[in-house]
Design a protein around this ligand. Structure first.
Ligand code: FES
Length: 130
């Protein structure tokens, strides 16, 4: 098994930051329309930084593993840093994803963009869908 597959399977079997927050500052859900898979993302923000994060949802192994990994990348980050974050960073952290599965891998990233928009961030660095 490749390191890429190991990472995906580890996050899928042992998701990090899965669940819900009692008092999130933002709570958004995004779906991949063709398959119906969804990711819900909640952020607690303090002093402009992500103090806490949770995700929930249902979907394929890649979408859930990607959401789990993304939550690890968000904790402690300033919202301005998240605005600048590019989808390629998540794909690199996942170890690379084959093109037919890009929509799965980026479902969580699109949910993050939605969360930033809900928080009043413009999402000026939104990347086009693959
Ligand atoms: Fe639906 Fe992967 S098959 S997100």
């Amino acid at each position: 098994m490749s390191p890429y597959e190991d990472l995906i399977i580890d996050h899928w079997r042992h998701p990090r930051n899965k669940g819900t927050l009692p008092d999130p500052d933002v709570d958004v859900t995004e779906a991949n329309v063709p398959c119906g898979d969804v990711v819900r993302l909640q952020l607690k923000v303090r002093n402009g930084k992500v103090e806490n994060v949770r995700f929930d949802g249902r979907g394929c192994a890649i979408s859930m593993a990607s959401a789990s990994l993304l939550t690890e990348m968000l904790k402690g980050k300033r919202l301005e840093e998240l605005e600048e974050m590019r989808q390629e960073e998540l794909l690199e952290a996942l170890g690379g994803v084959i093109k037919p599965r890009l929509n799965c891998a980026l479902l969580s990233f699109r949910t993050l963009r939605k969360a930033l928009e809900a928080l009043g961030k413009t999402g000026s660095h939104v990347n086009p869908s693959p």
